[in-house]
Write a protein that binds this ligand. Structure first.
Ligand code: PMV
Length: 315
């Protein structure tokens, strides 16, 4: 088989996109098989692969040029090596250029978005048709390099967008949304490691499984109610559920003083509800806000010197 040259055929000229995400409810419980609800963002990672002199991944925003390697470090080199495994023999060397629009270590699913974009770009360049289940499996392998034993929610929503319900057993289901969700997302400025936060929760669960499992059952019930609230367009109720979810995550010591300050400020400025999102220990806060109050809440958070992203999520 001969491989087409991208410059003459146009193959490889399209950008693949992996979405960033926010977990609306259910983080951490989802690692233990409970359901969670996540929303895809319009920003994420765009990647483009084309034949080049050697296999290489270029991430301009991080001033990185990464060659694939099976070595333990850096993780990106190992993940890239994994993404190149099993490709058809005789393929050209590939240069994958990535445009990253998300902060890393912020709970916005940057690594999963990168994985989905890079795998998609490689498939695009080599004209590989991959079904959603295969993309899901391959991007989960990518995520494992960064996060140990991820639930799979980040890479699921990175590929699909919209609002999804995800559980390990039942996989991904798109949720009906009665009305768009207006989200104000603020970065605490603290980065955190998902695998460290997941391990910290696992240690608490080893010490006191009854307490931690009760917290997860509580979060599960909130997720179920949130699905209904989203389907009914009941944002007052959804906001209350976000607040309750935040309290349960804080009881697992996943919040920080800075996240607490952002959550309180968002509520004080009129958000329907606010919580930490993602692994916690830093990263981002998300607030559900009525459209007409978005600017107001944003200004309050910006005055605390937080970086703020606004997202409108619909089906
Ligand atoms: O990668 P983050 O920070 O968005 O967190 C992922 C959510 C967790 O439930 C904490 C971990 C997982 O694998 O689902």
């Amino acid at each position: 088989m001969t491989w087409p040259d991208s410059s003459s055929s146009g193959i490889g000229s399209q950008m693949a996109f992996g979405r960033g995400k926010v977990i609306l409810l259910g983080e951490h419980g989802v690692v233990y098989g409970h359901p969670a609800v996540a929303a895809g963002l319009d920003r994420g990672v765009r990647a483009q692969a084309a034949p080049g002199p050697e296999d290489r991944m270029l991430i301009e925003a991080w001033e990185l040029s990464v060659k694939p390697s099976a070595e333990a470090e850096p993780a990106l080199a190992r993940a890239f090596a994994g993404a190149l495994l099993g490709l058809p023999a005789g393929r050209p060397a590939l240069e994958v250029r990535c445009d990253v629009e998300l902060p890393a270590g912020a709970g916005l699913g940057c690594s999963a978005a990168l994985g989905v974009a890079v795998i998609g770009a490689i498939d695009e360049a080599l004209d590989i048709q991959r079904d959603p289940a295969s993309l899901q499996a391959r991007s989960l392998e990518w995520e494992r390099i960064f996060h140990g034993d991820p639930s799979g929610i980040d890479n699921a929503v990175a590929a699909t967008g919209g609002v999804i319900r995800f559980s390990k057993d039942e996989g991904t289901r798109a949720l009906p949304i009665a009305r768009p969700l207006h989200l104000v997302i603020a970065h605490s400025g603290e980065t955190s490691s998902t695998s460290e936060m997941v391990s910290a929760v696992a240690r608490q669960r080893d010490r006191n499984p009854t307490r931690v499992d009760k917290v997860f059952q509580g979060i599960s019930a909130l997720v179920l109610n949130a699905e209904r609230a989203i389907a009914d367009g009941d944002h007052r109720k959804l906001g209350q559920l976000l607040d309750l979810n935040h309290a349960l995550l804080a009881s697992l010591m996943l919040s920080t003083p800075h996240l607490e300050a952002l959550v309180s400020r968002a509520r004080a400025e009129g958000a329907r509800g606010a919580k930490l999102t993602g692994a916690g220990g830093g990263g981002c806060m998300l607030a559900l806000v009525d459209e007409e109050r978005v600017d107001h809440v944003r200004e309050g958070l910006v005055s605390m010197e937080a970086e703020v992203i606004i997202a409108e999520v619909s089906a």
